[in-house]
Design a protein around this ligand. Structure first.
Ligand SMILES: [Zn+2]
Ligand SMILES: [Zn+2]
Ligand SMILES: [Zn+2]
Length: 121
């Protein structure tokens, strides 16, 4: 099961949500899939991206490991097809958060149209 999920991720060029996986693996239940995603995230294979109300998952670069995610790239959300892409070559800028706030995770998401959708505009 886990291997299938990972293979499916490898075939995608965009991030996947739990519902995406659910519709692809209809013989598997949501809880199992969710647990699989969480395990992968912990192992440094996938990272999650939160956008508004959805959480999507994408494969990590090779240098992520268990307990230590080093994902420092930003993401792109296409307003047309709603897909979320990793932009591995675009690094997050350094942001200064006041020290009385504890940052757990910093997501930077650019919004616009992806390559495919610009074609049909
Ligand atoms: Zn990672
Ligand atoms: Zn698009
Ligand atoms: Zn990413």
């Amino acid at each position: 099961m886990r291997l299938l999920v990972l293979e499916y991720f490898l075939k995608q060029n965009s991030a996947l949500s739990l519902s995406d996986l659910e519709s692809n693996f209809d013989y598997s239940d949501r809880t199992t899939l969710f647990r699989t995603l969480k395990t992968f995230e912990k192992k440094g294979l996938l990272h999650s991206i939160n956008d508004k109300h959805t959480t999507v998952y994408a494969l990590c670069p090779d240098d992520c490991s268990e307990e230590q995610h080093v994902d420092s790239h930003i993401h792109f959300c296409c307003e047309c097809c709603k897909k979320i892409f990793c932009l591995p070559t675009v690094k997050k800028p350094n942001v200064d958060i006041p020290s009385d706030f504890e940052v757990e995770k910093l997501d930077i998401i650019a919004h616009g149209l992806c390559k495919e959708c610009t074609k049909f505009r």
